[in-house]
Design a protein around this ligand. Sequence first.
Ligand code: SF4
Ligand code: SF4
Length: 366
Amino acid sequence: MYPNIKKNFGFGFMRLPMIGDQIDLEQTTKMVDAFMAAGFNYFDTAHGYLDSRSEPTLRKTLVERYPRESYVLTNKLSDNFFTTQEEIRPLFQQQLEVCGVEYFDFYLMHAQDKRIFQKYKDCRAYETALELKAEGKIRHFGISFHDKASVLDEILTQYPQIEVVQLQFNYLDYESASVESRKCYEVCRKHGKGVIVMEPVKGGRLAQLPEEASRELKDSPASYALRFAAGFEGIFMVLSGMSTLEMVEENCRLMADPKPLSDGELAAISRVVEIMNRQNAIGCTACGYCLAGCPMGISIPNLFACYNSGKLYGDFNSRYYYSLHSHSGGNPKSCVECGACEEICPQHLPIRQLLKDAIAFFSRKK
Ligand code: SF4
Ligand code: SF4
């Protein structure tokens, strides 16, 4: 699909090895070398990753050591670094300079959701990026996305110039009520967009399964997670935010020639999902019955899905999605305790108390 990309596995520069609060440059350099030596060449960064240290580290370990055409570099326009259209070009120029390159192969509108998309529209961010593409400073234009499939459909309809979409996609989020991996993927297919997968191993959690779940698998859990993500038509890149040399070596071995999961292996990961869901803190089945009666429009099943994910995995993304669903689907703090949701919930969940538990959980410091 993109001739410069050698293989469908990419290195996300957001969880690099640390020594204290400093990035371990020596180990990162070895990781980059091992990745390139194994025949991979796709790198992903963003201005804010690792407190803005990802881009300069990429420059030192990759850009200053390899010819520009030998690797593919993706960067992003992130919401928290601009407030007006006028600030976008200087920010982009700064990103080029910090990375030490003259163009980005892919430039993505970062972490689009309904609210952020509106801001990007107001600031004409998409139009500005498309101008930069016409000037040759961006080779391919895309978005990374975190919201409901219906929002993605709206964005792709409004901006058919989008070439690629980066999605959170893994076998545990595939049918998740809050992430909607499958539905988002299907929207991308409907619009004919290439898909880049982020979080295929759910922040490393699917590489370290609880014992009961890992007994279902014959190979390493990471192999199942990566091969699942790579096995869908239109997914041309699977990213991993790797943080050790061993992780790079292991993942490069697994992704050298990834075989699609067999029927037996797909059945095994279905059992893993069942086990993981059974361990959820809240037995919400995401039927959605409670939504119609809630006078405050609280997105109850989505918030519970985030709570379950946060409790099970302690992952950054559950906090992100919790915040997203609190803003777009009614803040749980606005619950007036009318009890209408509990009357209708077929699982007889104490929803009012569980919402308080979720609020308390996500109010805690990370
Ligand atoms: S108790 Fe709270 S969450 Fe349930 S329906 Fe009433 S306002 Fe909505
Ligand atoms: S009615 Fe109960 S089980 Fe169904 S989505 Fe709402 S909280 Fe979940």
